[in-house]
Write a protein that binds this ligand. Sequence first.
Ligand code: GAL
Length: 426
Amino acid sequence: MKKLLVMVLVFSLFVTMGIFANGKQESTKPAEAQTVEVLHWWTSGGEAKALNVLKNMLEKQGVKWIDAPVAGGGGGQAMTVLRARVTAGDPPAAVQMLGYDITDWAKMGVLANLNDVALKGNWDAVIPTAIKKFSKYNGVWIAAPVNVHSTNWVWANKKIMDDLGIAVPKTWDEYIAALDKVKASGKIALAAGGQPWQTATIFDGVVLSTGGPEFYKKAFIELDPKALGSDTMLKAFKRMEKLRTYVDDNFSGRDWNLATAMVIEGQAAFQMMGDWAKGEFFNAGKVAGKDFIAFRTPGTQGSVTFNSDQFVMFKVNKDKRAAQKLLAQDILSPKFQIAFNLVKGSVPARTDVSDAKFTIIGKKAMKDLAEANKNGTLLGSMAHGHAAPAAVKNAVYDVVSGNFNGQYDAKQAVKELVKAVAASKD
Ligand code: GAL
């Protein structure tokens, strides 16, 4: 009922703004004479540097970029600001968005149709099916995919590993032994930030490592209550409790990029985070393979828990449409897809660009993505809105966070998870 009310409200606001009145009539002003306001949450060093690639590209074409950053990793705060702005009848022209959030906004009929740009750019042929599932709604392109990130990574300070004679752990037990070795040396074994989205990002990999891709699909994509309430899920929560013993006392509330900085500076050995962390290492002038390495969360090799950053264009006044279409066109250009992803730490959303310029980690990420796509082990990240809609994602956030912060033990967490997910499904 609430959703219907919001939809009616949004629709009526758009009608009063004349958004639908001349839906077909294109703007009289050329793109280069227009502005485009972009709402996003890319505010860390590496993220901002990557975003500048897009900003500079657009401004070179004469379009004025109006920046609307909303700090807060994972985008939760950005989506809250977006809802407020749309309700106030003032949607930004372009918004960074993830997975099921795109689908939810598309259902409300407020996203611009990008089919003409997509046809010209042959998007259907070059974007993987798993991404297209979110970029299109009822056959219409309503989002431009920028990249593909993945969350089942561990980022490591190479000097600490070398000094302690730690080899890249392949199994969960080897990983725990490595964490124990670092902890015994007096260094912080695991750098983490206690924000729910970060804990849930770790949980993506722990569930995948504990139960494998089929279990992950059953639990997080099919939301099967038996899988969610299983002994396998109990084991995953117990592993989270074990990981909790390796973080420092000040982890609570720490921003993700500050945790990455602890690994960069050698205060901590490992961070379990999506590959946007790579952008922080690059931004600090670190070299992959020399200063840092990355390996798949032990036990998840062969699978990828992914999330793709996309930009949607809201239906705003016609004097912004040409700039919106130029933005969408730029985002999918091979030149941008390479230049941006080299800085961001993700891989291109397009499957037809060369990996030549990417580092060893980037090359591995592109290879892993292609293999997982082929083998059916390319799995939407629960933590970043690609496994289930926002209500379910937020229910998982609450339970995982409650367990990690000691509110309830693993056994209780499993019960809470089954209850919370059941209650969140609409
Ligand atoms: C993810 C997003 C990444 C990065 C990360 C940390 O949701 O896809 O691009 O921004 O959050 O904020």
